[in-house]
Design a protein around this ligand. Sequence first.
Ligand SMILES: [Zn+2]
Length: 348
Amino acid sequence: MNVPRPSWLLTSADWDTKLEVWSLRTKVGSVEGILRKLQLMGQGLDRDTVNKIIREAELLPPALARLTPPEVQDWLKQMRPELRTVLEPSAEKTLAEQEAQVRHQARLLEVARRWKKEIFVPRLLDRLIEDLSRSMMSSSSATGGYERSGEGIIELYCSVEKDEDTQWLFHGLCSHLHTSGHSDVVDSFGQWKSIGGAYMGACLALVSEVETEAERRTGLAICPDSQMPGRTPFFAMTIAADALEYHVSQGKRGLIEICGYTMDPSEDPRVLRFGAYGIAVGSTQGLKHCEDAHRQLIAHHRGAETSERLKQVVSKRQKLEALHGYIMEQLGKLTQTDFVKGVCELCH
Ligand SMILES: [Zn+2]
């Protein structure tokens, strides 16, 4: 899963909690003492978490060390002499630094808004899957797409995480989420990428399964070009898309209700269309046979005895929609605020 996670991060405690623990570390010293103080303050952290938060201070990048209060900086300098040159004598933030931080916050919110616009749930008949079925194993558009991230693994992505102009800020935003108790948004995004990729792969396998069945029922192979008699790739794709929409919506909608079958007798060669999709080419009689087979296959895949593969695709799509809905909701809340909590290495 290719989602940024700062390497120094060992706990899901938010930045303010970490500052609290580090500050107590400078005042009371022992872990025992920190635990007692935290308990008195009504903050129930366990020993393991406190130990890990102290370890985080040892790993903290210099840019973040600069964001800690003076007493913590003094402790950090003792523990890590290499930070002495980075951490200048504690001073109030300059006006320029304050202004830079305001600009940084505005940019983080821009990136969050763009992220929210770009996240998507791929549809089976999208251009994406058409490209995929032509074995072009990557796609790009202004907002995102999918790509091969390893041997046979497809992942979804949003442009905001890839564009040179925004990828550092995107990493920064993820760090802010990780350090403000919202790691779950970044983790859900990682799942969206991988489950989305698995979903697209499963869609392709489903189309190929329907394809085999279609060939058996019609006796017609896929026509190599649109002038030759035969089925087009849309024959199986539209059946698979109908089955998927039908099962995902629990029988409420499918393609056949909106896509009728048409054939223009003046066209040469004759084409059988299902909605806008040319699904077969051939003689009038041959196309009638194709239409019957198409109808039968749609009815078969809508039935209770659906294939295991179709069930898997439906389940992945439902998971993907739930993840998409959750991320949209969280980013919606975030973009309605004017301040992104947490910290990143780009903070001032
Ligand atoms: Zn930041």
